[in-house]
Design a protein around this ligand. Structure first.
Ligand SMILES: Nc1ncnc2c1ncn2[C@@H]1O[C@H](COP(=O)(O)OP(=O)(O)OP(=O)(O)O)[C@@H](O)[C@H]1O
Ligand SMILES: [Mg+2]
Length: 240
């Protein structure tokens, strides 16, 4: 396996008394795309919150490129090159499209010989945002807001990109556009975690798959092996 970009080891995480993640371990290899699947409430977002420092785990460790970051504050973890596209997009509705991008700008970790992300390179990737650069983000459609949320994460020039259900609530045509974007980002060398509920979306694009079930890791596999073996996904993901 490639070197690990992000490693969660034996994570136990709680909201109050509620024990939400139980000994969760998985690794995102450098330059790979890991699909994190699970039903509603399985703990996917909680894994993201732990990874970016929003929810310090009660026990277990988080490592970035081999260096421990467990319990560091979110801004320190962001400075080490992790960016999250949060579930539900959460753009700044009363800022313009361009302002949303500029508040997230950071020199970051653009790889050697790679062009760093700027508002202009984001606009080149998402021409629809370019047309609306002076518009308030609150007036964008759902798909456009998702593009803006992705663009905002890229403005930090991260090494690791975490995307929490980017397809949620979008029409199939827009989902296809978002997936094509994610594929391009993977080809650019970013290490990516893609959280989704639908295995159909993830299997074609992911290198590795982790399935969470009730706060525990139920399956860890390569996407290729899972496709071939046809594990009973219904057991973990419900009917689809
Ligand atoms: N802030 C919170 N306070 C208390 N409990 C929470 C909080 N956030 C999530 N939970 C609970 O933790 C569990 C895992 O939630 P989480 O949001 O990680 O699930 P998820 O897999 O992302 O689900 P979904 O697909 O619906 O987004 C759920 O039982 C949820 O109710
Ligand atoms: Mg979630």
């Amino acid at each position: 396996m490639a070197n690990s970009a992000l490693t969660l080891s034996e994570i136990d995480a709680f909201y109050g008394d509620s024990h939400v993640l139980q000994r969760v371990s998985f690794q995102l290899g450098e330059g790979r795309l890991l699909g994190l699947l699970g039903r509603n409430g399985a703990g996917k977002t909680t894994c993201m919150n732990v990874s970016v420092g929003l929810l310090p785990p009660r026990s277990g460790s988080v490592e970035l490129f081999g260096a421990p970051v467990t319990k560091l504050p979110p801004e320190s973890i962001a400075a080490r090159g992790v960016a999250l596209v949060p579930q539900g997009r959460r753009v700044f509705k009363s800022l313009t499209v361009r302002e949303n991008l500029m508040v997230a700008a950071r020199v970051g970790f653009a790889g050697h010989g790679q062009i760093p992300w700027t508002a202009e390179t984001v606009f080149a990737m998402f021409p629809r945002l370019a047309e609306r650069r002076q518009q308030m983000a609150g007036y964008l459609s759902g798909g456009e807001q998702q593009m803006l949320a992705i663009g905002r994460a890229l403005m930090a020039n991260p090494r690791v990109l975490l995307m929490d259900e980017p397809s949620e609530g979008l029409a199939p045509q827009i989902v296809a556009e978002v997936m094509a974007t994610i594929r391009k980002l993977k080809e650019s060398g970013l290490s990516i975690v893609l959280v989704e509920q639908s295995p159909k979306l993830v299997f074609d694009i992911a290198d590795d798959i982790v399935i969470l079930n009730s706060g525990r890791v139920a399956v860890v596999s390569t996407a290729a092996a899972l496709k071939q073996d046809g594990v009973d996904l219904r057991q973990h993901l419900g009917v689809f």
